[in-house]
Design a protein around this ligand. Structure first.
Ligand SMILES: Nc1nc2c(ncn2[C@@H]2O[C@H](COP(=O)(O)OP(=O)(O)OP(=O)(O)O)[C@@H](O)[C@H]2O)c(=O)[nH]1
Ligand SMILES: [Mg+2]
Length: 196
């Protein structure tokens, strides 16, 4: 499927299973730690800064947000995890929202696992990776904030990410910068390829 990302629009926010979309269009599901830049990556792909809400304080995206690309496919922005200063009840809410999301038919066509290129993935990232693996769908790892990594360190960063996440050889790790637009075209191509 060729996606040009010419026209990206916000469709809806879902706070629970009754709000999830399942209309046969493919869905690329973006997940990662709070503040890693999920919403920023979506905005970079869309070429629109204000599409998904961005915040310098973590935990701002608490629900599941759907964006429609060229009328053909969805980008799904999941709420972030791993932020220390959330209450137990918020954490439980996140867990049950994710359980129902991943159990919902057609929820995931492609997993887009976003990690911070500067840091080794956390135990929470590994847990999220396993949620994606259980879907049996393809996954791509996006190593965001590549603009913060020295060129000489890039290879070691990618190796550490590969080593820590349980995906294995066949899953690609793509250095990315939502800030600079690095590898935007590549990620767009990958998403389109997995959707054909
Ligand atoms: N330098 C740099 N900063 C980035 C990049 N992507 C995102 N940021 C910054 O990281 C912060 C968090 O970005 P968000 O897109 O809101 O992160 P999120 O993962 O959606 O966060 P939650 O919704 O709270 O889970 C913001 O201050 C962004 O400007 C990047 O590629 N490079
Ligand atoms: Mg967000």
């Amino acid at each position: 499927m060729t996606l040009r990302f010419r026209n990206c629009e916000f469709v809806k926010t879902a706070a629970g299973a009754e709000g999830f979309i399942s209309d046969g269009r493919p869905q690329a599901v973006f997940s990662g730690r709070s503040n890693v830049g999920k919403s920023s990556v979506i905005n970079a792909l869309a070429g629109r800064r204000g599409l998904a809400r961005i915040s310098s304080s973590p935990g701002k995206t608490a629900n599941v947000n759907y964006f429609l690309v060229d009328g053909k496919a969805y980008l799904v922005d999941l709420p972030g995890y791993g932020y220390a200063r959330v209450s137990d009840s918020e954490r439980r809410r996140w867990g049950s929202l994710m359980e129902s999301f991943f159990a919902s038919p057609g929820a995931v066509s492609l997993g887009v696992m976003i990690v911070d290129m500067r840091h080794r993935p956390t135990a929470d990232d590994v847990t999220m990776a396993r949620w994606f693996m259980r879907t049996g769908k393809p996954v791509i790892v996006v190593a965001n904030k590549a603009d913060k990594v020295k060129r000489s360190e890039a290879e070691a960063c990618v190796a550490a990410i590969r080593e820590t996440l349980p995906f294995g050889e066949n899953v690609g790790v793509l250095p990315f910068s939502a800030e600079k637009g690095t590898n935007r075209d590549k990620l767009i191509a990958v998403i389109g390829e997995y959707f054909c």
